[in-house]
Design a binder for this molecule. Structure first.
Ligand code: 5GP
Length: 164
């Protein structure tokens, strides 16, 4: 299918705020927000302000290499955060979308044994996801255009600046 879900910067702002309300109304008060780079950092930053949580972590995961094309499995790129930081913490994992759910599962499994509690928040969850996130703004089965990645980089593959 060619249909796409388009998220604008403005709607992203509203989505993040609504997601924070869901989390707060549910009584979850994370000590630590773990963002999944790169798309998840936008969501995590917004949630961190809205939930008044100053403790943020970032993990780098590489999985998608293009629209609908992936590596075989998501891989956590170095440096992997020190597990000691997570001990006895209520953790919130923040990402832009749970598609196959493999990325979130990887991080969830990574945290699970060392933290007090771990829950996940995403803007979008697809029906294909193997992981059911506790907090979801919208459900869709379409490819999503996010405002932070809907334009090509300002440099090309060789590092040359593209025409504006
Ligand atoms: P998963 O591991 O759940 O299959 O994929 C998670 C990651 O893949 C997301 O954090 C995102 O970076 C990328 N991704 C998955 N589906 C989409 C999509 O529909 N649109 C965009 N732009 N990225 C996606």
């Amino acid at each position: 299918t060619d249909a796409r879900e388009i998220l604008t910067w403005e709607t992203f702002g509203l989505a993040g705020r609504e997601l924070a309300h869901q989390i707060a109304a549910d009584g979850y008060r994370p000590d630590l927000i773990v963002s999944v780079a790169r798309g998840g950092v936008f969501v995590a930053g917004l949630l961190a302000y809205a939930l008044d949580c100053k403790n943020m972590h970032m993990v780098n995961v590489e999985f998608y290499t293009g629209v609908g094309t992936t590596l075989e499995m998501p891989v956590m790129l170095a440096p992997v955060p020190d597990v000691v930081d997570f001990s006895n913490k209520r953790v919130l994992i923040a990402d832009d979308v749970a598609d196959s759910g493999k990325t979130l599962k990887l991080i969830h499994d990574f945290c699970r044994d060392t933290v007090a509690e771990v829950r996940s928040a995403v803007i979008y969850q697809k029906p294909s996801s193997s992981v059911r996130c506790e907090y979801v703004w919208r459900h869709t089965d379409q490819w999503i255009n996010f405002p932070w990645s809907d334009q090509p980089p300002v440099v090309d593959r060789a590092g040359q600046v593209r025409d504006a």
